[in-house]
Design a protein around this ligand. Sequence first.
Ligand code: F6R
Ligand code: MG
Ligand code: MG
Length: 365
Amino acid sequence: MKTTVSVIKADVGSIAGHGLAHPALLEKCKEILGKAKEEGLLEDFYVTNCGDDTELIMTHRNGEENEEIHELAWNAFLEATAVAKELKLYGAGQDLLSDTFSGNIKGMGPGCAEMEFKERPSDPVVVFCCDKTEPGAFNMPLFKMFADPFTTAGLVIDPSLHGGFEFEVFDVMDHKKVKMTCPDEMYDLLALLGTTSRYVIKHIRRRSDNEIAASVSTERLNLMAGKYVGKDDPVAIVRSQSGFPAAGEVVEPFAFPHLVGGWMRGSHNGPLMPVAQKNAYPVRFDGPPRVMALGFQIADCKLVGPADMFDDPAYDRSRDLASEIAEYMRRHGPFEPHRLPADEMEYTTLPGVMEKLKDRMEDME
Ligand code: F6R
Ligand code: MG
Ligand code: MG
């Protein structure tokens, strides 16, 4: 029998401003998922939040893209939205782009990462949740986890990882996808992955047996809605140990707070700060962007845990570095590279400014 882990998330309201999902929303989601567990649809669940995003971590036997599971998540977010509206929370229901559920939550606003696998004798899984950034934020850390021997020693010294991994990359602009293998196609892969706003890792599989290793939510909200409604704030599921990177190798890349897009109005670059769940509350200039890591053991489709993996003094220096980088980037104010390039900004006044200036724009000699 196989186990499915589904992580579905949405921002349906927060305090104060785009800050923190209100506990009443999490309670409402727990109540709804609790009923589904009693009725046998879910085997287990864990509800949490990363900043203003509410995350539903669910285990079940129904496989990926299952209509009942997606509808359950949709209904939980709808009911949480009703609570958010009552409390006049900020951005109540902001990520729900439709009034009615239509079979699959993908394309309707919420982000979704799922994987189905046959449980090993012991199956450690890490769920990463981000706020104030986009799915491409996972490109660098996932590449390092599964392809960089300076991060994952196992790629060199563990025979069960030595064959490498296959990366499935989505082109979110052109709706195309491609599978590429490492280490042999590493340079070609990096040529794509560096363009984080367009090419996004969706799945990673072990080459020796095609076993699923990682899955990422790649939904781009603004591309779905055709306008800016909120940032994508992605989640990822990563399996670890015994033939996958060790848990410590899975979290190692986040010790470097790399620059990601999505800070303030989805229009600024900032460092991705690894934090304990209690600190997954981006405040300064609505940031800097955060990532949290919850470790679970999957036991007969039940979630044992979580361990709050970035609640570790070994990440204090990374957080200090992130604060220093945040300070440095903020000093650029409205200038690139703090502000995103014009075509990637979620908010812009540029067309209006250009319109105002059009009669004053002269040809240069
Ligand atoms: C970024 C984010 C916030 C908002 C900002 C402006 O993803 O959620 O930085 O973009 O607070 O929000 P509005 O336009 O709602 O005042
Ligand atoms: Mg919000
Ligand atoms: Mg958010």
